[in-house]
Design a protein around this ligand. Structure first.
Ligand SMILES: Cc1cc2nc3c(=O)[nH]c(=O)nc-3n(C[C@H](O)[C@H](O)[C@H](O)COP(=O)(O)OP(=O)(O)OC[C@H]3O[C@@H](n4cnc5c(N)ncnc54)[C@H](O)[C@@H]3O)c2cc1C
Length: 411
């Protein structure tokens, strides 16, 4: 196979947040780690770039709450190691029609887990957010002290730097074309488009929106992980009101249930602008992106006008950024062994369905555990099994509505 510089304990494919967090975990445990990325490190063509990601623990599925809380601790540990901050705490508010099944499930799960939330009616929202935020009479809001914003590109760079400091090798512009089992030595061999060959004891695939393509080319098996092009929009806060929505005060991250599902963060990354976007997008091929705003903004503008009491300029977004989700049919992640001829030598982390970033530290921990020990403590992995789609093409059965809206075509 050539020199030992091409041999590793773990080869991680994909240098987004999940691959970078995994490489950090395996390097930290003393494993010779290689991270391969098809584009430049910190590129803007996948899912992990940009200015902000929300962290929240209010989920209609209770297994995510614990994962978010563990991640919150792991974010702080990584920040302490790096010596800078990527995660700013804020409170968080979910809102929506009082009879929304998902929102009711959120409240039930929080109560069950003794996770502290306050349920507010229209009057209580008006009192708490005096003239800044309003909900209709038949809506409720769920307030919690736990929320926050993570800086995505900075966080990816942090995990890559920490992995590098611990001896990981990071190679960019290395597109992986194939993975094969090494019949003689055991382990696997990874082949790149440029003809490089690397041997690994174990391999972790974290290829984001390319997961389906890569897995298909390696195994011929089609995973239902659908790339979706989405966009975030920044809106101008009208003169005299900028401080009301700025980070560092009491304004917060928020999500609105029902369709369209809308989310946003306090004003942080661009002074005077606030991020408010729709949790949804249009089906795409990650290598042939439409690069379009992708949706009619009328319903979003109407929502902003109503909720933000006319204090934002809704005529047109001040700034737009494009990004991709990797959707599974049940919006749950895939964290499992790839199986087949690879048995437990190849681990896969994909299908993060627009809500993975906040949990990337724990996902890196789980993927490293699976690769190095064959199991992961403290997390019920049955919800994330790859085989669930063979049993039911829709995956896990849920009693509440999907969060993410799809459109087939951008036009
Ligand atoms: C607009 C937007 C808003 C979001 N908001 C939130 C939020 O508020 N909170 C939250 O928790 N999550 C949020 N998410 C989701 C979160 O950002 C994603 O779940 C997460 O970034 C997925 O990371 P990843 O590493 O799986 O994918 P990626 O970042 O895309 O990384 C995969 C990497 O693999 C590389 N790759 C692919 N194929 C190959 C190959 N063959 N060889 C080598 N490299 C390869 C790709 O180039 C890419 O760099 C949001 C996502 C978007 C797009």
């Amino acid at each position: 196979m050539g020199s030992s510089t091409n041999e590793f304990d773990v080869i991680v494919i994909g240098g987004g947040i999940m691959g970078s967090a995994t490489a950090y975990q395996t390097a930290k445990r003393g494993c010779r780690t290689l991270l391969l990325e098809q584009f430049d490190l910190l590129h803007h063509l996948g899912s992990s770039h940009g200015e902000s990601r929300t962290i929240r623990a209010t989920y209609p599925e209770d297994y995510y709450t614990d994962m978010v809380l563990e991640s919150s601790k792991l974010w702080r540990e990584a920040e302490a190691e790096a010596g800078y901050r990527v995660y700013t705490s804020t409170p968080h508010l979910d809102m929506g029609p009082a009879n929304d099944v998902s929102l009711q499930a959120v409240i039930a799960i929080c109560l069950k887990n003794s996770f502290s939330v306050q349920v507010l009616n229209q009057r209580a929202v008006a009192d708490r957010f005096s003239g800044r935020l309003s909900i209709p009479k038949d809506w409720i809001a769920v307030y919690t002290e736990f929320g926050g914003i993570i800086k995505p590109t900075k966080a990816v760079s942090m995990f890559q730097a920490l992995a590098f400091q611990r001896g990981a090798v990071l190679k960019d512009n290395m597109e992986v074309k194939d993975i094969k089992t090494d019949e003689v030595r055991g382990g696997i061999v990874v082949y790149t488009a440029m003809g490089d060959k690397f041997w690994g004891r174990k391999c972790v695939v974290t290829a984001g929106a390319w997961t389906k393509k890569l897995v298909y080319s390696i195994t011929g098996h089609e995973l239902p992980i659908q790339p979706l092009e989405t966009a975030v929009w920044y809106w101008r806060i009208k003169e005299g009101h900028k401080e009301k929505y700025a980070i560092g005060g009491d304004f917060l991250t928020f999500a609105s249930y029902g369709q369209p599902c809308i989310y946003g963060t306090p004003s942080l990354e661009f002074p005077g602008l606030i991020k408010i976007a729709v949790h949804g997008g249009c089906l795409c091929d990650p290598d042939k992106r439409p690069w379009l705003p992708g949706r009619d903004l009328d319903s979003l503008k109407e929502w902003i006008e109503g909720r933000f009491l006319g204090l934002l300029d809704c005529s047109t977004p001040a700034s737009t950024q494009s990004c991709m989700y990797s959707m599974t049919p049940d919006e749950n992640f895939v964290l499992d062994f790839l199986g087949r001829e690879f048995k437990e030598d190849v681990v896969i982390g994909g299908g993060f369905s627009g809500h993975g970033f906040m949990m990337s530290p724990v996902i890196g921990r789980i993927l490293a555990d699976l690769a190095l020990t064959g199991s992961a403590d403290g997390v019920e992995l049955k919800h994330f099994r790859i085989g669930r789609f063979d049993e039911n093409p829709k995956g896990n059965v849920k009693e509440f509505a999907d969060q993410v809206g799809f459109i087939e075509s951008p036009n």
